[in-house]
Each structure stands twice: as structure tokens, then as C-alpha cells.
Design a protein around this ligand. Structure first.
Ligand code: ADP
Ligand code: MG
Length: 727
């Protein structure tokens, strides 16, 4: 073992699990650091409290004067709870979160001082935002971006900072972030879904989207991590021979959690709960060193914020335990990647889950309406949904081992498939009394209240119905899930709007009863959406062929997937639903393409450097040793050389061939990178995806061979088997 690796190993073996204070009652600490309704009630005047609640529940605006009161109350609570600074916490298009800290402390001209936090500081801020990507919007308009308070997500204290969730918009009000379009999509969904749910319940006046995410991640020791420039700079390994023991045994899944990891998980859980993130499950994943954490579902905007917050704190907490969290979608070749399953549904203000079957035929009809409309929305917008999860990292995962393919399809299970088949045969127009009874008893009446056991079997589906919700499984582990959620809300909203229009028209024109009209429309939707339904093995080659026949898209790379944003109809859809204007969508496209290209360019650079600085020098060292052996054997006599010398000579030749091959390929990679310089981002991304990224695999093929050939004493990079199995 090389010196670097040996000292890393020594460090790790000396580690003890960190002591975590036992928390007996989780409910006692829940949301302790959140300025939630309970605390608002204590710290705000009645009028201020009412204003905030109405802003949260009904989207009402908060006027300036009241904002002053709210800010004062919030500040008092924050200072009492140890905060010294505040920040507007926002989500730039780069996919993570950003903050700019300011102190409450203010000095007056006369030398006196106070802790201050005004209404305008709460409601609006102008961060020095020129360095956040904005796809040209800010450049052409005004070199300013503003953050503005989103009262629907409560403020919280992180460390000693009061964090205020905000949107980030340009001077002219255009979205520069992920949250703004998400909020707009939620309001579009609210409007459309409320209108439809009123067919069934007169008392519904609001519908929210619910989201329960499941976050997968790798947890590795920081000493090994530091010994890998690729991990530290790109979040994934760019080379590394697979260990003899991988995940073949599947013994890690639900296995016992190692003590040091357990300590980390406990601290993460406690901190999450304090911040109001209702984490609930923790377990091992299939791959070695891979784990998952999942909370109970919440309103989608809040759930997205909580996921971003969790991704941030888990890294920080990991450091205290000498761990490193890897959120990359594919940190290790040949080992499962990480995803973020998104359990999504819609819920009325009266507490009804619109995607849950129930006891009565009426509830089940309602269920079918939302169920089938969602399927139709996915069918009509499958390419858009694919684009919503596109990233350089996720490209590795889609289609790889144990991950949903790049083709979007919907899995609904055997029982519901049968029900849809029967609905397809409902006759058009008016229904006979016999048919009505039949439908009531044999179709709608037959949907069991709980479908859970019959679904969730197909783990290969990217979009599966799991009993009372859909589970979008193709989302990447590092993604800001606000992106896919925005698209999903938007397409379902659009679909429900259409549905309502069609049903109302039929009721008026054809003088049909409401139920009859609904059955008529649903029947057509089922016929129109059949191609998206797939119950088979999503990882199989046959499915790829079949999907192509069905006309489903199969965009394997990000640049390919993102093209859909340039489609005229897609632009119209975003405009019509009030989610993004054409310019905002263009900006989003530009930023995402640029992000992709930048990431791959960095990877290329790191790969080239690592090969030249680590791999080749080690190989040359070993080459020298082998050469010495060959020479010594030759010096004995020619007979010895003829017999004993052949093997080392062959090794030397092999090694030298590989060294030559690697240097040649790296030389080519460097030249290709230089040629990129004069291209625009779109052309760069296209070239990187099509031409340059495949070169990585070729280089890796040889570096991995070298890793196997070279004496373990000399190899400088921590190996897969060390990173994945030693804790
Ligand atoms: P699995 O690993 O089998 O997919 P988990 O229990 O890990 O299941 O995760 C299920 C997630 O789905 C949880 O976050 C749960 O709160 C969420 N969920 C359950 N019901 C709904 C719903 N109606 N809307 C959104 N999410 C839901
Ligand atoms: Mg799941």
C-alpha cells in the first residue's frame, strides 16, 4: 500500500464513533429552530399573525407596515434563540442554495448601537448577484437581482443565522431561480385541480401538491476522499478498478448499519427534526456504503426546501464524523448510482388525497379522474419530464444498473391495468341503466381502498403508481427537485384544465349527466395514453426497441434531452400556464446547457491531470522496477533469461503499451478540449456529450488496467475496495 493510502487507513482505523446526546422524545425537539405558526402566535401581534397566515393559506400580499411588525417579531425570536445574523436563502438556477449573511447589529452615527431587522430587510434584499447564472436575462435588462420573502416556507435558524426562504428574481420580475416557477406551477395546479375536485366535493377551495422524497447518498471516510482528486473536484470517481466483491451479494441492503454511520445518522436525524424536516426512515441501500433518508411527505414547496436544506446539513454533519457525503448520481462505476424518489400526489384543503381510492364508488371515480389525467399528462409530455431531470450526473445513471431508463413510462400494476381496460369499453354517449350498475359494481366499485400491496413491485419503472401516489424515480440524487416538480405540476394542471373544459362541454352540448360525461372523456384519454403504460422490465433491451416503436423519446444525454425546451409548443405551454415566459425558459435552457458543459469540461481536465500526475508517474516507477528485474535476469546468463525472463518482459511490455496508450488518449483529449474554446455553450455541450465524454471511458479502460498491473505499494489513489468497504 502506498504511503498516502497507508496513512489514510491508519487514520480511519483509529476513529471512534462520535458521541451523540440521546434524545428520548423526538417530538420535543421537532421544529425547535423554525419560526412556525406556533412561534408566530407567540411573537407576533394578532394583526401580523393574521396577515402571515393569510399570505400562507390564500396567497394574500403583506403590506409594508405589517412587514415591519413581522420582522420585529421574527428578529426577537431569532435573537432569543442564538441567531446573530440573517440571510435570504434562495435557489439559483445552478441547483443548490445560496445565502448572503448580514448581521442584525447596526451602529448609529452617534456611536450607539442596536440589533435591527426591518420589514424591508425581511421582504426584499439585493444580494450581490452578478455572479449567479441568469441566462442573459440580467445582462440585457438590469444588472440586479432581488430576493423576496416566500412566506409559505417558514424561516429557520441554521447555526447562528436566521434563514429566510426567498425567491430570486430580476429587477423586472423575471425568475432567476428554481423556486419562482415552482410556486407558479403550484398555483396553476391549485386552480385546475380545485375546479375538477369540485365535481365531487363542493367544499374544496384549495388543492396542494404533496411531496415525499427519498434521498439516496454514499457515505465514505474523508481520508480516502481526500486522497482522490476526482472525488474532491467532481464528486465522482473518474477511474478505479471494481472490487472483487461488489454488490453481488446484496448483503448491504437493510443490513445492520455500522456504528460510526449510525452516529452520523442519529445526529442528522436530530438536526433535521430541529429544523422541522420530518425525517422518518433510514436504511442501507443496495450498494456498499450507500444509504437513504426519507421524511414524511409535506406540501411540495416546503418539501423541496427541506430537501435542499437536508442536502446542505448532511454534508456539514458528515464532516464532524470524518465522513464525506456523496450526492453525485454515479460516484462509482459498476456500482449502483443514487437517486431521489419523488412521491407525489395532490391533496385538498379538506384533507382528501386525490390519488387515493376509497370506500365509495364516488371516491373511486374521483380517484380515477386524477389518476387518468396524470397518466395522460405524462403521456403528452414525456420528453419534457425527461428534460426536467437532465444533468451531467444523472446521464450516467439513467439506464445504468438498477436505475430507471432514459425513457419515461408509467407503471400502474395489474389491477389498475384491468380497470382501465374495462373503462375503455364503456359505450359512448348516454349510459344504459344496466351499464351504470355494472360500472358501479364491477369497475369503480372494485378498486380496493388500499392498493399498496399490488403495486410497487416494479422497481425498474421511472414513474410508478404506488397505491395512493405516483413515484417519480428517475430524479437525480443531487438535483434540486423543484425542477421536476415544477414540470409535473404544470403538465397535470394543464391536463386538468383541458379535462374540465371537455367535461363541461359534453354536459352542456350532449345533455349528459356529470358521471356520464366524465366516463366519456376518461375513455378517450385511456385510448390516447396507452403507449406510456409499461409493466415490463424497464432495463431490458427489448423495451428500448418497443418504446421506439411507440414513439417515446429516449434522450440519452442532457443536451439531447434539453432540446425540448426550444420546442414552440413547449414554450407556449409554459407561457399559458404562467410558469415561465419565453425569455425565462430560454434563460433556463441556457443556464442548464452551460452547467452541463462546465461540469464535463472540469471532469475532462481532472481526468487528464490525474492521469498525468498520478497514474503515469506510478506506472513509470513500476516500469523502472520491472526493467531492473529483466536486466538482472539477462545479466545472469542467456538461458536463465530465456526461461525466467520472459514473464517479467511480457509484463514490462504490457505496462509500457498501456502507458503509451493512456498518454496518447490524454493528448487527444487535451487537443479536443482546446478546440472547444471557440464554440458557444450549446455547441460545446453537444460536442462534449457526443464526442468527448466517450473518450473518458477509453482512458479509463487503460488506467483501470494499469491499476491492476501496478504494484499495490506504488498505486497512489485510494482504491474502490478501500473507499467502499472500510469504515
Ligand atoms: P419506498 O422506499 O417503499 O418507496 P418509503 O416509505 O421509503 O417507501 O417512502 C415513501 C414516501 O412516500 C414517504 O416520504 C411518504 O411520506 C411518501 N408518501 C406517502 N403518501 C404520500 C402522498 N399522499 N403524497 C406524497 N408522498 C407520500
Ligand atoms: Mg421509493
Amino acid at each position: 500500500m502506498s504511503k498516502v493510502r497507508f496513512s489514510a487507513l491508519k487514520e480511519i482505523l483509529g476513529r471512534k464513533p462520535r458521541k451523540i446526546d440521546p434524545v428520548v422524545k423526538r417530538s420535543a425537539i421537532f421544529a425547535e429552530k423554525v419560526f412556525d405558526r406556533e412561534k408566530m402566535k407567540l411573537y407576533l401581534s394578532k394583526t401580523a399573525f393574521k396577515a402571515v397566515t393569510e399570505a400562507i393559506d390564500k396567497g394574500k400580499k403583506i403590506d409594508r407596515e405589517i412587514a415591519e411588525h413581522i420582522a420585529a417579531g421574527m428578529k426577537n425570536w431569532a435573537i432569543e434563540n442564538g441567531a446573530t445574523h440573517y440571510t435570504h436563502w434562495f435557489q439559483p438556477l445552478t441547483g443548490t442554495t445560496a445565502e448572503k449573511h448580514d448581521s442584525f447589529f447596526e451602529l448609529n452615527p452617534d456611536g450607539s448601537y442596536l440589533e435591527k431587522f426591518s420589514g424591508s430587510q425581511l421582504v426584499q434584499q439585493e444580494p450581490d448577484a452578478s455572479s449567479f447564472p441568469s441566462g442573459g436575462i440580467r445582462n440585457t435588462f438590469e444588472a440586479r437581482g432581488y430576493t423576496a420573502w416566500d412566506p409559505t416556507s417558514p424561516a429557520f435558524i441554521h447555526g447562528t443565522t436566521l434563514c429566510i426562504p426567498t425567491v430570486f428574481v430580476s429587477y423586472t420580475g423575471e425568475a432567476l431561480d428554481v423556486k419562482t416557477p415552482l410556486l407558479r406551477s403550484l398555483s396553476a395546479l391549485d386552480e385546475a385541480a380545485t375546479a375538477v375536485s369540485r365535481y365531487f366535493h363542493r367544499d374544496v377551495n384549495k388543492v396542494i401538491a404533496t411531496l415525499g422524497w427519498e434521498q439516496e447518498y454514499f457515505l465514505i471516510d474523508s481520508a480516502f476522499y481526500k486522497a482522490r482528486p476526482d472525488l474532491t473536484l467532481t464528486g465522482r470517481t473518474l477511474m478505479g478498478h471494481q472490487p472483487a466483491r461488489g454488490q453481488q451479494l446484496d448483503d448491504h441492503y437493510f443490513g445492520s448499519i455500522p456504528e460510526r454511520v449510525m452516529a452520523f445518522m442519529r445526529e442528522l436525524e436530530i438536526e433535521s427534526l430541529k429544523l422541522g424536516i420530518p425525517v422518518k426512515t433510514r436504511h442501507n441501500e443496495v450498494a456498499p456504503a450507500q444509504f437513504e433518508v426519507a421524511p414524511v411527505f409535506e406540501e411540495a414547496n416546503l418539501a423541496v426546501d427541506h430537501n435542499l436544506l437536508l442536502m446542505d446539513i448532511m454534508k456539514k454533519i458528515a464532516h464532524k464524523h470524518h465522513f464525506e457525503v456523496l450526492l453525485h448520481e454515479k460516484p462509482f462505476e459498476g456500482i449502483n448510482g443514487s437517486g431521489k424518489h419523488n412521491n407525489w400526489s395532490m391533496m385538498t384543503n379538506t384533507g382528501i388525497n386525490l390519488l387515493s381510492p376509497g370506500k365509495t364508488p364516488m371516491k373511486n371515480l374521483e380517484f380515477l379522474v386524477f389518476f387518468i389525467n396524470t397518466i395522460k399528462a405524462v403521456n403528452d409530455n414525456e420528453a419534457l419530464l425527461r428534460a426536467s431531470i437532465a444533468s451531467a450526473g444523472n446521464d450516467h445513471r439513467l439506464g445504468a444498473n438498477e436505475a430507471p431508463p432514459a425513457i419515461i413510462s408509467v407503471f400502474i400494476g395489474e389491477q389498475l391495468t384491468k380497470i382501465l381496460q374495462e373503462l375503455k369499453n364503456v359505450s359512448s354517449g348516454k349510459l344504459s341503466p344496466q351499464e351504470k350498475t355494472d360500472l358501479k359494481l364491477n369497475v369503480v366499485g372494485k378498486i380496493p381502498e388500499i392498493l399498496l400491496d399490488n403495486t410497487d413491485r416494479n422497481r425498474t419503472s421511472p414513474f410508478a403508481f404506488t397505491g395512493n401516489r405516483f413515484e417519480f424515480r428517475a430524479v437525480g440524487s443531487s438535483a434540486n427537485t423543484g425542477n421536476p416538480m415544477t414540470i409535473l405540476n404544470m403538465i397535470v394542471a394543464k391536463q386538468l384544465r383541458e379535462f374540465k373544459k371537455e367535461v363541461d362541454t359534453i354536459i352542456q352540448k350532449d345533455k349528459l349527466k356529470k358521471d356520464e360525461a366524465i366516463f366519456n372523456v376518461l375513455r378517450e384519454y385511456i385510448k390516447q395514453s396507452e403507449r406510456i403504460l409499461f409493466e415490463g422490465d424497464g432495463y431490458s433491451k427489448e423495451w428500448e426497441k418497443e418504446a421506439e416503436k411507440r414513439g417515446l423519446s429516449n434522450a440519452k444525454t442532457t443536451p439531447e434531452a434539453l432540446k425540448v425546451y426550444k420546442d414552440k409548443n413547449v414554450k407556449k405551454l409554459f407561457e399559458e400556464m404562467g410558469v415561465l415566459t419565453e425569455r425565462e425558459l430560454e434563460a433556463k435552457y441556457e443556464v442548464e446547457i452551460e452547467q452541463y458543459a462546465m461540469k464535463v469540461i472540469i471532469e475532462a481536465g481532472v481526468l487528464a491531470d490525474m492521469t498525468m500526475n498520478h497514474v503515469i508517474p506510478a506506472a513509470v516507477k513500476y516500469q523502472k522496477e520491472l526493467a531492473k528485474v529483466v536486466k538482472n535476469l539477462k545479466n545472469i546468463d542467456s538461458k536463465t533469461y530465456q526461461t525466467l525472463g520472459q514473464e517479467p518482459l511480457k509484463m514490462l511490455k504490457d505496462l509500457s503499451d498501456n502507458i503509451a496508450k493512456v498518454s496518447e488518449l490524454v493528448g487527444k483529449l487535451r487537443k479536443d478540449l482546446e478546440k472547444l474554446e471557440k464554440l458557444d455553450w450549446e455547441a460545446k455541450a453537444e460536442k462534449l456529450a457526443r464526442k468527448i465524454k466517450p473518450e473518458f471511458d477509453k482512458i479509463r479502460h487503460y488506467t483501470d488496467k494499469l491499476e491492476m498491473m501496478i504494484d499495490d505499494e506504488i498505486w497512489p489513489l485510494s482504491k474502490y475496495r478501500e473507499i467502499l468497504f472500510i469504515r
